[in-house]
Design a protein around this ligand. Structure first.
Ligand code: ATP
Length: 195
């Protein structure tokens, strides 16, 4: 089954890698396509898409990695490029599925969802969201090692000149340094808008 894993990946970190690996093995995903949102509809992203693509290729050498020009997941799925794919998401995204995703019921009609646990997101909340869907059986939860790391935390650390080696794959840390990303910038937390 084809797996899809979308994100801003600004930058990709160990939480993303854990999610992709566990999702691929849990669901038997082959191929797994990592989709770097060129211009996500639901958050402000300052880093150019080509740089984020390069970082994602460094983070996910074993998977297909490409730029996704669609602002919303439903637009990607409506291309019909994949037959009944499984889309991997983190618990934070699914907890606010009806608030931040555009046409959530249509998304679940076109793709099964594999929802990974993420620290701070209660299983009961996720179950509640799933129960509201017309096709709850198309959403499956899977456990991943809890890694309380986020892209905005890494941007903040780099901006303050602090180490990120425990939080991102070594190849990502090297590329961030070589490209001079996130240095000395005032990163405020991403502003969530509708996905
Ligand atoms: P930001 O901090 O900028 O909001 P982020 O760390 O949430 O970014 P995204 O690129 O927005 O990263 O996330 C892509 C996907 O990975 C989303 O589905 C998100 O839920 C999931 N994800 C991100 N971090 C983790 C984590 N630590 N554990 C599990 N899933 C995660």
């Amino acid at each position: 089954m084809t797996g899809l894993f979308g994100g801003a990946f600004d930058p990709p970190h160990n939480g993303h890698v854990a999610l992709a690996r566990k999702g691929a093995s849990h669901f038997g995903l082959d191929p797994l396509v990592v989709l770097v949102n060129a211009a996500p509809g639901h958050k402000q992203v300052a880093t150019p898409p080509e740089a984020r693509l390069e970082l994602a290729r460094a983070a996910f050498p074993e998977y297909e990695v490409e730029l996704d020009p669609h602002a919303r997941t439903i637009e990607l799925l409506e291309t019909g490029r994949w037959d009944d794919p499984l889309f991997l998401v983190g618990a934070d995204e699914f907890a606010r599925f009806f608030e931040i995703w555009y046409r959530p019921e249509d998304v679940v009609e076109l793709a099964r969802l594999g929802v990974a646990t993420r620290p701070g997101f209660e299983r009961a909340v996720l179950e509640e969201v799933r129960s509201q869907l017309a096709w709850p059986d198309r959403v499956e939860f899977f456990e991943i090692e809890p890694l309380p790391v986020s892209s905005h935390e890494i941007r903040d650390l780099v901006a303050r000149g602090e180490a990120i080696d425990d939080l991102v794959p070594p190849a990502v840390a090297s590329r961030i340094a070589e490209l001079g990303l996130y240095r000395g910038q005032d990163y405020t937390k991403s502003i969530d808008q509708r996905n």
